[in-house]
Design a protein around this ligand. Structure first.
Ligand SMILES: C[S@@+](CC[C@H](N)C(=O)[O-])C[C@H]1O[C@@H](n2cnc3c(N)ncnc32)[C@H](O)[C@@H]1O
Length: 182
C-alpha cells in the first residue's frame, strides 16, 4: 500500500455525499476528482493551486470525468477567504512540486503552516486533515523540518495528530500526517 492509497482510505471514512471538502494542492487534479466523486452533486469541493498549469489540468480532468469542483488560482494560505469556520469534513494537502511541471515551484513551510492553521479553523469537529510531506527532491528538507515540530505543537485537547512511517524505506519516504479535530 502506498501513501496515496492510505490517505484515500482515510478520506473514504470521513467523507460522504453532500459534504464539503478542500484540496489545498490541486496539481494534476487527481485528489480533487477523488473528493468530487465522493461528495457528489449535492456536495462542494474547493481546490487551490498557485500555478495556472495546475488549475488548467485540474479543470480539464474534472470536465473529462463529468465532475464538479471550484478550482481557484490562489495560495492555500488564503483559504479562509473562500470557506467558513467549522464547515469542511476533509482537507487534503499533497505537498511538493507539480508532477511533470516546473520543479522549482513547490510548497513552502511558511505558506503551508499558514494554510494548515487556516484549514484547522475551517475543519468541522470530527473532520480530517491529511498532509503528505514529500522531501528530498528539488524541494529539499526545509518544509519537512518545519512541519514536524509544528504538528507536534498542536494542542492535544483540540487535535489528534497521527503520522505514518514507511519504516524500512532507505531514502526520503513520503510522510503522511492525519489531523482529526476533536
Ligand atoms: C504534489 S502536487 C499536488 C498533486 C495533486 N494533489 C494531484 O492529485 O495531482 C503539489 C502542488 O502544490 C502546488 N502549490 C505550491 N505552493 C502552493 C500554495 N501556496 N498554494 C496552493 N498550491 C500550491 C504546486 O503548484 C503543485 O501543483
Amino acid at each position: 500500500m502506498n501513501a496515496l492509497e492510505i490517505v484515500r482510505r482515510a478520506v473514504g471514512e470521513h467523507l460522504s455525499p453532500g459534504d464539503f471538502a478542500i484540496d489545498a494542492t490541486a496539481g494534476r487534479g487527481y485528489d480533487t476528482a477523488m473528493l468530487a466523486r465522493i461528495t457528489g452533486e449535492k456536495g462542494r469541493v474547493l481546490a487551490f493551486d498557485i500555478q495556472p498549469e495546475a488549475v488548467d489540468s485540474t479543470r480539464a480532468l474534472l470536465e473529462r470525468e463529468g465532475l464538479c469542483a471550484e478550482v481557484v488560482l490562489a495560495s492555500h494560505a488564503d483559504m479562509a477567504k473562500y470557506a467558513s469556520p467549522d464547515s469542511a469534513s476533509v482537507i487534503l494537502f499533497n505537498l511538493g512540486y507539480l508532477p511533470g511541471g516546473d520543479h522549482s515551484v513547490y510548497t513552502r513551510a511558511e505558506s503551508t503552516i499558514a494554510a494548515v492553521t487556516a484549514g484547522l479553523d475551517i475543519l468541522k469537529r470530527g473532520g480530517l486533515m491529511c498532509v503528505t510531506i514529500y522531501s528530498g527532491g528539488a524541494n529539499g528538507y526545509a518544509e519537512r523540518d518545519a512541519l514536524i515540530p509544528f504538528f507536534a505543537s498542536l494542542d492535544d485537547k483540540k487535535y489528534q495528530v497521527l503520522s505514518l512511517s514507511f519504516h524500512n524505506w532507505k531514502k526520503d519516504p513520503p510522510l503522511p500526517f492525519f489531523i482529526i479535530k476533536n
